[in-house]
Design a protein around this ligand. Structure first.
Ligand code: 6R9
Length: 576
């Protein structure tokens, strides 16, 4: 664990004194900020979009900027209200009503955002799916959620498995020509513009479902994580305290809207805070990322370690060519923000990236480095006000600082998933220890309450004696070797008689180094000198790249399965 401490970057943030706010925070006070607290009428769209659209001084402010191939489309709060009402009228005309499920199967485009708002207005459950999912992945999701409609593009229609379409009454297409594959194809383009711009929003109980987001479990089929309109308090606090949003902010979340980060932080979080959300629909190119930051005067950028790594690989000369002076806050999520990425960004982008941690299941950002708090590089930060976190032992008892254990959150908070769609058993599993939500991550908390990610629970490794370690610890040491770019460490099983894990490392190497037996030996020797004597990495394999999910998470289980000849060792279907 790195001992360095980087001074806080801002004393003017929404959250000024972490300790004070954490101590005095309570959720009922946050709920008072919403109009439903007075009226009893709940719908997240009303709070996020309509209230501003109804105020003459605020309705013209930019709510959404969408850019693709250099074309820019802008939507004010009033535009979002009116156009999403038109979409809601279209859906209502086809009989959609509260409780129905609606799949959005598209690459980033403005229609996604209008459809999200329209569904929420109606109480229809939003189910966004990556446009890169394969046939089987989509079939699994369709069979589980049984949606009444799908919104897609003609180019993607051939990816939709006919045999999983039993529940689907209408296939909506953003543009023509209609493929003529399914019996009920509905063209949206040219039709939705003629719908009325008013729609009577449906008022819902706070626990009415808002969306289902699929997340891959390490075992079993993907889980359909269900969230409700009541999440808005947690989403608002994530936007206000963690992303530090206000009415002047242009927020860029460079995550696909099918991932919870893009879905929540690219929409409701900025809109509940009155900010502008920028969406860049192009695929990644380093120069375009810098240019997007400059051109749109992005003030807050929520990104991932994977993107920072790609920028780093594109070279340190590039950022200096762009004016990034408008950027006042960078936050990162999804995978460990390893110290080399942290220091690179700090030096070359002129701002420290702030690591944050959450899950699809948590519905809001739960651990974070705040702009007004010192950063300890390598740490995910401290619990967001309103969230109680702990490290638990195998019996569900909180452990003292510096112990490795299961990261857990005290139930419940606004944002916690309300269920797993059609999967009560796996839902219960998160709550094995009474009063706690078990994240499945392993972590360490230091004596100041900063958390350090050490891997997933099923990645744990056995060292000498009863000692258990996370793979992250060894991977970090590997990355200190000048040849190593990224590393993943797995156990190939327990060594007979010794009771310790047989450790294997997979690495990618930096430019300028060539794979060789000698390099392999050299790295092993380096590890031996740097790790305690009971941790021995027996094998090292050099790969072109490490298997990762679409959101950039390292898939150690895929390496393990490949190594042991188990199912799931193939990653070719994990396209970007
Ligand atoms: C928002 C999101 C959740 C899992 C989570 C953890 C990993 C997220 C992280 C991180 C290390 C961070 N994760 N943030 N690991 N450092 N800052 O990522 O949701 O796609 O459901 O993934 O991602 O393992 O349990 P989701």
């Amino acid at each position: 664990m790195i001992k360095a401490r980087i001074k806080a970057e801002s004393s003017k943030a929404n959250l000024i004194s972490y300790d004070q706010t954490y101590k005095t925070f309570n959720w009922p006070d946050v709920e008072k900020e919403f109009s439903w607290h007075r009226t009893g009428k709940i719908n997240i769209v009303h709070e996020a979009v309509d209230l501003r659209a109804m105020e003459p001084q605020k309705r013209g402010r930019k709510a959404l900027i969408f850019e693709k191939n250099g074309q820019i489309e802008e939507f004010s709060y009033l535009d979002l209200k009116e156009r999403s009402c038109q979409w809601a009228n279209l859906l209502a005309q086809y009989g959609f009503e509260t409780g129905d499920r609606f799949f959005i199967f598209l690459p980033p485009c403005p229609e996604i955002y209008l459809a999200i708002l329209a569904c929420a207005r109606l109480g229809v459950l939003i189910c966004p799916v990556f446009s890169t999912v394969n046939f089987d992945e989509l079939a699994g999701r369709l069979n589980n959620a049984q949606p009444r409609g799908i919104l897609t593009h003609p180019d993607l229609v051939e990816m939709i498995p006919v045999e999983a379409m039993g529940s689907v009454q209408y296939l909506f297409l953003t543009e023509g020509p209609l493929p003529g594959v399914f019996s009920n194809e509905v063209l949206v383009e040219g039709v939705v513009q003629h719908m009325p711009k008013e729609f009577t929003t449906i008022w819902l109980p706070a626990d009415a479902p808002l969306y289902i987001n699929y997340t891959s479990g390490s075992t079993g089929p993907p889980k359909g994580v269900v969230h409700t309109h009541g999440d808005m308090a947690g989403i608002f606090i994530s936007g206000k305290y963690v992303l530090d949003l206000n009415e002047e902010t242009v927020l860029w979340v460079d995550a696909d809207p099918a991932w919870v980060t893009g879905l929540i932080c690219g929409t409701f979080a900025p809109w509940l805070c009155g900010s502008t959300s920028l969406v860049q629909g192009d695929t990644f190119e380093a120069y375009n990322w810098y240019w997007t930051l400059e051109k749109h005067h992005v003030s807050v950028w929520y990104t991932t370690p994977r993107t920072i790594r790609r920028l780093m690989e594109a070279g340190e000369n590039l950022p200096g060519r762009y004016d990034l002076s408008g950027l006042r806050h960078i936050a990162s999520v999804g995978a460990p923000l390893v110290p080399d990425l942290f220091y690179w960004a700090k030096q070359h982008l002129g701002r420290s990236p702030h690591d944050t941690w959450w899950m699809t299941e948590t519905g809001m950002i739960c651990l974070a480095n705040f702009p007004s708090m010192d950063i300890k590089p390598g740490s995910m930060g401290r619990p967001v006000p309103g969230i109680e976190a702990a490290i638990l032992d195998d019996h569900g008892k909180p452990m003292p600082p510096m112990s490795l254990g299961d990261l857990a959150l005290r139930v419940e908070w606004p944002g916690m998933m309300s269920g797993l769609w059609q999967d009560e058993d796996r839902y219960e599993d998160y709550f094995r220890f009474k009063g706690w939500f078990l994240t499945g991550d392993i972590a360490i908390k230091d004596d100041e309450g900063y958390y350090y990610h050490q891997g997933r629970n099923d990645d744990l490794l056995k060292a000498g004696g009863d000692k258990v370690i996370g793979p992250y610890e060894i991977e970090q040491v590997l990355c200190m070797h000048p040849a190593v770019a990224e590393a993943a460490v797995i156990s190939k099983g327990t060594e007979p008689d010794k009771g310790v894990s047989f450790l294997k490392a997979f690495i990618t190497i930096n430019k300028g180094f060539t794979p060789s037996t000698r390099l392999n030996h050299e790295i092993k020797a380096f590890l031996k000198a740097s790790l305690s004597s009971d941790i021995i990495v027996k094998e090292i394999s050099i790969l072109e790249k490490l298997p990762k999910t679409r959101s950039g998470k390292l898939l150690r289980r895929v390496l393990r399965a490949g190594e042991l000849g188990l199912p799931g060792g193939r990653t070719l279907d994990m396209k970007d």
